[in-house]
Design a protein. Structure first.
Length: 476
């Protein structure tokens, strides 16, 4: 099977590379946009820590200003406790007021400690800009309460550890990128995968004998070429299957036709012989007529066997040519003279249009005579009486052309296609026809002989005018 070839707009390899690059770009852009949106909604640890510092400092400054009003000796403890609790912002922060020893005098609701280490608090406040993972932010200011030194302390809760958060975010970004890549790759390759599934389904149907299945070839890449070749394969398989079906039918027709054509003359011969075996029931003229009829039927039977044998040898490639130089001009003159008495009985005139000079071809004389005899017999037999058969010989630079032309009954296009089929016969229901019944192999044998010599036998028909054209290579 010859493979089809077609130009590719973009090869499948390039499409896959472009798809891979496109998935990388789309995944990167999408993950970046999602990360940006997440940061807008959920600030990162650094932004959160700065916000906590601002909040702690602002609450401490506010507490310091409000605490200044309570610096006198008559300060109300209830008011002081309320101010400290307000600084805790309802549990978001921890607010304390301690004496110089670290004993807690006032505290907010979420502050459980009753004593604090002032040294650690002051060190924590000193190192506020060097945040440690998991540490709280603390701010401290000195103040007075009832003529004694106290410390105003506002502290945040524990800040999330930035190191662990960073690792979790990077892993999440990597997994998100992989998921997006797979999603985009699936979306971009979906059409190609559908085409591959369609090709696979079509191949499966063809493998199960559905040779009418055809695949879409709208993709101008290797897959489109594969689909086109599969369609071509299916078409060739369908033609081969049809050819084998016709061959099988032809074999059955051959057996049927041979059996019929052999039985008919054989039955006649047996009937005449049965009559001759009873001489008392027949007279001499009747016996002579029976013998003549039996002889003619036997000859018809022999001609059928000879034609069948010759056709089998020619179509099977077993025939061997005994080539020699032949004057085809002289051969046609002899053939026409032999057929003239038969043609006259049918009121058919044979006109020869032959060149004066000899014309030589290298051919098998016996087979060439058989082909010419079959063609001239066909022309005479199927001519309308009275009528004319014209035999023309023409010479060309590399070939000799012999044409047999006659006027006969018009035939249909379907009949034209069957003329060279073996055992095909036209209407022979004529009475008093001096020509023997045909076998339906004459034209098939003539065509095989022409092709065996490197020539060809052509035919044309127009409104009852028939022309058979035999071309043979010249001996240059």
């Amino acid at each position: 099977m010859r493979l089809l070839k077609q130009p590719f707009s973009v090869t499948l390899r390039v499409k896959l590379m472009l798809t891979f690059v496109g998935c990388l770009v789309l995944s990167t852009l999408t993950s970046t946009l999602l990360e940006w949106g997440y940061r807008e909604i959920q600030p990162n640890d650094s932004d959160n820590y700065d916000s906590i510092r601002r909040t702690v400092n602002e609450r401490l400054d506010k507490l310091d200003k409000e605490w200044a009003a309570l610096s006198g000796p008559d300060s109300d403890e209830r008011t002081a406790a309320s101010l400290v609790d307000q600084a805790g912002e309802g549990g978001k922060l921890r607010a304390y007021v301690t004496d110089e020893s670290g004993r807690v005098l006032f505290r907010s609701s979420e502050a459980p400690e009753s004593k604090l280490s002032l040294y650690e608090l002051l060190m924590s406040a000193k190192q506020a800009n060097n945040r440690q993972p998991g540490a709280a932010y603390t701010a401290v200011l000195p103040a007075h309460y009832r003529d004694q030194a106290v410390y105003l302390i506002v502290s945040s809760k524990l800040v999330p550890q930035p190191g662990n958060a960073y690792e979790i975010n990077e892993m999440f970004k990597f997994l998100l990128f992989i998921a997006l890549f797979v999603l985009f790759f699936y979306a971009l390759t979906w059409r190609k995968m559908r085409q591959i599934r369609h090709i696979n389904r079509g191949l499966n149907e063809i493998a199960h004998g559905e040779l009418s299945v055809r695949l879409a070839t709208n993709s101008r890449d290797e897959l489109g070429l594969v689909a086109a070749n599969i369609n071509s394969m299916a078409e060739q398989l369908a033609r081969q299957q049809e050819k084998e079906r016709r061959l099988e039918k032809s074999k059955m027709d051959l057996i049927t036709n041979v059996s019929h054509d052999l039985r008919t003359p054989l039955t006649s011969v047996i009937g005449y012989l049965n009559l001759l075996m009873n001489p008392a029931q027949t007279n001499a003229p009747e016996r002579e007529r029976y013998l003549t009829s039996a002889y003619n039927k036997a000859n018809q039977l022999k001609k059928l066997i000879d034609d069948l044998f010759e056709y089998t040898r020619l179509s099977g490639g077993e025939a061997k040519l005994e080539r020699r130089e032949i004057d085809i001009h002289h051969l046609l003159e002899q053939l026409v003279s032999e057929f003239e008495p038969i043609a006259e009985q049918r009121q058919i005139a044979i006109e020869s249009r032959l060149p004066q000079a000899p014309l030589y071809v290298v051919a098998d004389a016996e087979k060439l005579v058989r082909a010419l005899d079959n063609l001239l017999m066909n022309a005479v037999k199927y001519s309308v009486a009275p009528g004319r058969v014209t035999v023309t010989l023409s010479a060309y630079p590399k070939r000799a052309v012999i044409e047999f032309e006659n006027e006969g009954r018009p035939i249909t296009k379907a009949q034209e296609e069957l003329l060279f089929e073996r055992f095909y016969k036209a209407d022979e229901s004529r009475t008093g026809d001096p020509l023997p019944d045909g076998t339906g192999l004459g034209l098939s044998i003539a065509r095989n002989i022409a092709e065996l010599h490197g020539g060809r036998l052509a035919f044309r028909h127009e409104q009852g005018r028939f022309v058979f054209r035999l071309e043979l290579p010249l001996n240059v």
